[in-house]
Write a protein that binds this ligand. Structure first.
Ligand code: ATP
Length: 357
């Protein structure tokens, strides 16, 4: 069965996508912020848009929300063309990084506000607001004002307020960006659990690759207004589609086309992740079928808690990072400058197409 590409029809999996973007383009003056993006996001999916600053992810989110109109292309929400509709005519809601709560209102009134605008009777909207606050573990604080909460709690109120109107799709624009690392990690787990239990489609914008890898069912990696790769965290990490993704997501050791030709006789760049490299501290090269070993010199050692990142300048190659999980055979001073051998298996090598490099 081939996937149908016509607007409003089923995908190969049999259901209409929550969001379908076709040739979506947005130009601001002489900047092409979004450059002809095609993307289907499934119903109930946690989809992250990941990319460096200025790569176009927020603009895509704002186009889906209706805060911007595209220069060309189309946006469908569950099979319905919403490209030219106003934000309030779309069944989506947005959570922003800066919360945008009303400071003079109690939490329950803040959360109930969206229902009030939609004409929901008072008793019902207060009931639904209380339920939404319960869901984000703020049931105890319904009478408080935003100023009486921590940053993480305020972010939960913003979530409750967006969820109370039961949107089909929730758009989240770097919602954890203002939180410290510990709280951020805790909220990542909570957000994921909430999304799973509600079954709502979440579209999450972040420039933090770890956040995207932890939370998402699938990730779209943006670069210069285009999507470089769409895939699960595993696919993107293990099989990056090009040097941009290999470099942006996790740490990569990239051998350029010339080095790859020396090693394998084929002139395309390759990538090997640090945890797939092994070190021989004695300098004796590892041998065996399907193993490549190269000599080099240790240039730095960085302890990262569960392992040590050892940088090795290969004699006939780049500086590579090796993640060494075991305890080291000496002090930093003894090991710096040591002649070693670095080895890896053939199946750790990912070929990267030259044209994306
Ligand atoms: P960040 O992570 O920094 O928010 P981003 O990936 O979300 O970045 P966008 O905000 O979508 O990137 O911006 C994409 C490009 O479009 C940038 O070059 C930006 O300067 C430009 N841009 C965005 N909004 C406007 C605007 N209203 N007017 C002019 N240019 C804009």
């Amino acid at each position: 069965m081939t996937e149908t590409r016509t607007a409003g029809t089923s995908t190969a999996s049999g259901s209409v996508p929550a969001i379908r973007l076709r040739k979506l383009t947005k130009v601001f003056g002489d900047t092409v912020a979004v450059d002809g993006i095609d993307l289907d996001i499934r119903q109930g999916e946690f989809f992250s848009m990941l990319g460096p600053s200025g790569s176009g992810k927020t603009t895509v989110l704002r186009l889906i929300a209706g805060f911007e109109l595209p220069t060309s292309g189309s946006i469908e929400l569950e099979g319905r063309d919403v490209t030219r509709l106003a934000p309030f005519q779309r069944d989506v809601n947005t959570v922003f990084q800066d919360y945008a709560l009303f400071p003079h209102m109690s939490l329950v009134d803040n959360v109930a506000y969206g229902l009030r605008v939609r004409g929901v009777p008072r008793a019902e909207r207060r009931e639904r607001a209380r339920e939404a606050l319960e869901r984000v573990q703020l049931g105890k604080f319904v009478g408080r004002k935003p100023a009486q909460l921590s940053g993480g709690q305020r972010q939960r109120v913003a979530l409750a307020r967006a969820l109370v109107v039961e949107p089909k799709v929730l758009l989240l624009d770097e919602p954890l960006g203002a939180l410290d690392l510990k709280l951020r990690q805790q909220m990542q787990v909570e957000l994921k659990e909430l999304q799973r239990s509600l079954g709502i489609t979440f579209i999450f914008v972040t420039h933090d690759q770890e956040e995207a890898l932890t939370m998402s069912d699938r990730i779209g990696v943006f670069n210069n207004g285009s999507l470089e790769q769409i895939g699960t965290a595993h696919e993107i990490y293990e099989r990056p589609a090009g040097t941009f993704v290999a470099n942006f997501v996790g740490t990569s050791n990239i051998f350029d086309a010339a080095h790859a030709r020396q090693l394998y006789g084929r002139a395309d760049p390759v990538c090997v992740r640090p945890e797939r490299l092994r070190l021989s501290w004695s300098g004796a090269p590892e041998t065996g079928v399907g193993v490549t070993a190269r000599p080099g010199t240790v240039t730095s050692l960085v302890y990262v808690g569960h392992a040590t990142q050892v940088r090795v300048q290969l004699d006939d190659g780049p500086v590579v990072v090796v993640l060494e999980p075991d305890s080291l055979p000496g002090s930093d001073v003894e090991l710096l400058g040591r002649r070693v051998s670095v080895s890896w298996d053939d199946d750790a090598v990912v070929w990267l197409p030259s044209d994306v490099a």
